[in-house]
Design a protein around this ligand. Structure first.
Ligand code: HEC
Length: 126
């Protein structure tokens, strides 16, 4: 990891890891990050409870630099937007450090390894 990504890891531990927790970078719980929208109610669509309006499950951040557009509704067009639209206070250098760390969580070598690709033709039927 670059020194910037390492600095981002420290910021992440302080500001982000309460929700993006553990090896899968998720606590598996529901939180409100974006403004509540009556047309896109999140958990409340299932539970009908007022306190669940606008709550969505914390997503993993594995390979996150390659999975845009971000948020459940695709409304963050860049990874920077996805980070800065959280209700947290970050200065510009902390944001840059976090972006370097999120890039370091993205294993392009694995994703582009042809040994793990779909086969180029259907498997033979017996
Ligand atoms: C209060 C819990 C919480 C905290 C703290 C938090 N996140 Fe999130 N994060 C979420 C939830 C929930 C979503 C999904 C929101 C949605 O789709 O509406 C999310 C979405 C994201 C996404 C988009 C992922 C995707 O695949 O769409 C990124 C990137 C992200 N968070 C990074 C961060 C970073 C970096 C921090 C620290 C600055 C942080 N988060 C702090 C809960 C949190």
């Amino acid at each position: 990891m670059s020194s910037e990504a390492k600095a981002g890891k420290a910021v992440f531990g302080r500001v982000c890891a309460s929700c993006h927790a553990g090896p899968q970078f998720t606590d598996g719980r529901f939180h409100t990050i974006l403004p509540v929208n009556a047309a896109d109610r999140g958990l409340a669509e299932v539970t009908g409870k007022a306190e669940d309006e606008g709550r969505f499950r914390t997503p993993t951040l594995r390979n996150v630099a390659a999975t845009g557009p971000w948020f459940h509704d695709g409304s963050a067009r860049t990874l920077r937007q996805a980070v800065t639209r959280h209700p947290v206070t970050l200065d510009a250098s902390e944001t840059d450090q976090l972006l370097a760390y999120l890039e370091a969580l993205t294993d392009r070598g694995f994703m582009e390894n042809s040994a793990f690709a779909y086969p180029d033709r259907p498997c033979a039927k017996d």
